[in-house]
Unconditional design. Sequence first.
Length: 311
Amino acid sequence: MHISVNNAVISGLDMTADARYALIAKAGFTAIDMGMSGGANTRSPDYEGKCIFEKSLDEVIEYYAETIAAIRKHGLFVTQGHAPQPAYVAGHPEVTEYCIRIYKRIIEFCGYIGCPRLVIHGVDYKFDNTVDPPEEIDRLNRHLFESLIPELLQYNVMACMENLYVRKYKTDNNDIFIEGPASDPYATARLIDELNEKAGKEIFGLCLDTGHMHIVRKDARTYIPILGKRIKALHLNDNNSNSDNHFVPLAGTVEWDSICSALKAVGYSGDLSFELGGHFGKIRAFNPDLVLPWLELTCKTGQVFQKMIKD
């Protein structure tokens, strides 16, 4: 069980890639959750032609060569990648087709670097989307994942859909959230099982995002057991239930005892991967020398979680 962190926490540091990944290794981490946007921006109407994953595998390898070399040099490996998103814009199914195309190249790249899992948000939706009925969103989402089956099988990569939220509206003090794709554990379990049956192999699972689970008021003691062994990856982060802060665990109001005990009960044996943001930008801006101590504390927290889940 490796302890991993997303590489976004070091992205703003004024140092070489080698020095950045040396910092992560020094903090005690053994793996990386690697963002694989490659310059994609599907929120922009002119998204075509800007993502490295539109190009050949050789060009992708060259693009990430320095990063992968630094990761390997410091004894780390990429335990999971994160695909760009969103994979759909209301009224524009062609965005989904574009994402399928670049996701296939990302899966090929994952196979090349030995990354066993790719986290994919899937076809999300917005609360103010008056164009598409829910069943159309569900159809597009299934279509996206089914379209990736040949590449997932060929390159031995698992696609992990993520439990998401939908921001209903924003007030002065709070964001109001409702459930998004993969927040319903029963529907998600059925979808994963049906996709795996279609593939003839277990190549689909869930990446459990603890922060997302918290802001849509899902209780780990009921949510996690329903998904059970289908949980193949984690995004560990905290918040105060009113914003998707991506805090270090124990900095918010997530009930970590419940999460660890539920993961233990279902026999979770994957890696412990932190997906952090927000406050790390503030730390870097205030004093970059504080980044390492914060990373060390995060890694130590992961070691405590590891003991709680395994023992």
